[in-house]
Design a protein around this ligand. Structure first.
Ligand code: GDP
Ligand code: GDP
Length: 451
């Protein structure tokens, strides 16, 4: 191995929300995790403390090596109380497996594998993601001889580095890059054909009328889109310069009306339509109170995890009086979906139907929005510093780490030291929406508490 003190000099934090692979650095206190993180991100920013177990307030960083961006998570920030260290490191390793794409287990090569290192390794044996054993504190050639003993951890070849002096860090970054997955880019989605929209609502809200209105001559109904297969029960409709696939519209077009069992039939139809779609446009009849049946349709869309637009149809029937009551109904009945956009339309007159396509686009963008782990953790530490969790029985659980585990819809995982009040989780979700948007999309929040 060559002597090298390379640091990633081309470090930058590009303004982008493209997903980046996450690298978690785990290991017991004092093995040099923070020093290594500094080395990997190429700046002296992660605070290095000589006291083991000191909590750092920033734990995730955006980094770049050879033109590839990734996020480095320093799990030093998750370090628990001194007691139960082996259990704590197992929890740390579990968290890393749940959230990271590559895991680095840092071991002090001069000390060798301790019981705590072995506890972490045992957990990581189950990892379905690449694990790199980093043999740290190999400051010179002499220390190299200690490295091979770390094969005993059963996690493959140990890679010697000196996080402090940079020796071997370039090689380590190359190994890391080779093991990092390539993330799907936003462009890849485009090959999947037109966006799928479900037009849903209880009987008689005006679904067929809206479909007919949308499909008028000026908005060409196309029969096929190159390279895609469209189910015969669907309609392709061009709106606002884009072709959309309105799913499961055959029944609407034929204006099938069932004499009996209408509600049951309607609910099945709603279910299959929302499941086939990416975004649901839920129609409500503005001239009538928001009913339980309307609520069920909304729930079906939200529970299926679809993006959502609420269309108040028959707006031509709304006068001042009705408007007054409707505003109150909205406040009362649609409280749980304040994040959904509302458009007031008339399928009959064609009023404002052009507002549908932009609302659908916004909802889909919110549904696919992703916040990089580094940015998210900076955000959550600032939020928690400003509004800490209330103290319960002398204790306040802390949020140790937050990551966005998925999109369509956005899913977040909060790793905590103890149970969070549901109210506090809702507070985090509310602020997340205020600061990042996610308009038109449900959000899933999972809390993983380390008891
Ligand atoms: P962490 O608790 O695992 O995050 O460890 P730190 O990064 O805080 O490092 C613990 C101590 O080990 C500090 O005093 C570092 O200066 C020292 N250290 C870290 N990396 C190296 C290394 O490569 N060689 C030597 N000799 N010391 C190191
Ligand atoms: P569906 O059961 O949801 O498909 O509803 P339809 O499209 O069959 O509409 C039910 C009734 O509402 C029909 O009599 C429509 O003419 C009427 N309707 C639909 N949209 C509007 C609208 O925007 N304004 C008014 N005034 N009536 C509408």
């Amino acid at each position: 191995m060559t002597q090298d003190s390379t640091t990633p000099s081309d470090f930058a934090t590009p303004e982008t929300t493209e997903p980046t692979p996450v690298v978690a650095v785990v290991g017991r206190p004092n093995v040099g995790k923070s020093t290594l993180v500094n080395r990997l991100i190429g700046r002296r920013q992660a605070v290095v403390e000589d006291t083991p177990g000191v909590t750092r307030d920033r734990i995730a960083y955006d980094a770049q090596w050879n033109g590839r961006r990734f996020t480095v998570v320093d799990t030093g920030g998750w370090e628990p109380d001194a007691e139960g260290r082996a259990a704590a490191i197992a929890a740390q390793a579990e968290a890393a497996m749940a959230t990271a794409d590559v895991i680095m287990l840092v071991v002090d090569a001069l000390v060798g594998a301790t019981d705590v290192d072995e506890a972490a390794a045992r957990v990581l044996h189950r990892a379905k993601k690449p694990v790199i054993v980093v043999a740290n504190k190999v400051d010179d050639a002499r220390a190299e001889s200690d490295v091979s003993a770390l094969w005993s951890l059963g996690l493959g070849e140990p890679f010697p580095v000196s996080a402090l002096h940079g020796r071997g860090s370039g090689d380590l970054l190359d190994v890391l890059l080779a093991k990092m997955p390539t993330m799907p880019s936003a462009d890849q989605r485009l090959e999947n054909g037109p966006r799928r929209v479900a037009l849903v609502g209880r009987p008689n809200v005006g679904k067929s009328s809206l479909l007919n209105q949308l499909a008028k001559e000026d908005r060409v109904v196309v029969d096929s889109v190159a390279g895609t297969t469209v189910d015969p029960v669907d309609s392709l409709i061009e709106l606002d310069g884009e072709t959309w696939q309105f799913v499961d519209t055959a029944g609407l077009r034929k204006r099938v009306k069932q004499a009996s069992g209408t509600e049951y039939y309607a609910s099945l139809r709603t279910q299959s339509a929302v499941e086939a779609a990416e975004v649901a446009v839920v129609l409500l009849d503005s001239s009538e109170p928001i009913s339980e049946q309307d609520q069920r349709v909304i729930s079906q869309a939200v529970d299926a995890g679809r993006a959502l637009v609420i269309a108040f149809n028959k707006w031509d029937l709304v006068d001042e009086d009705r408007r007054y009551y409707l505003d109150r109904e909205i406040d009362r009945e649609l409280k749980r979906i304040t994040w959904a956009q509302r458009v007031n339309i008339s399928a009959m007159t064609g009023r404002a139907v052009t507002k549908l396509a932009p609302a659908i686009r916004t909802a889909l963008a919110g549904w696919e929005q992703r916040v990089p782990t580094g940015e998210l953790n900076q955000w959550i530490s600032a939020l928690i510093a400003a509004r800490p969790h209330p103290v319960r029985a002398g204790k306040a659980p802390r949020v140790l780490f937050m990551t966005q585990a998925g999109i369509r819809p956005p899913k977040f995982v909060l790793f905590t030291s103890g149970r969070l009040d549901p109210q506090y989780v809702r507070f985090i979700e509310r602020r997340l929406r205020e600061d990042f948007g996610f308009t038109g999309s449900p959000i899933a929040m999972t809390v993983k508490a380390r008891e």
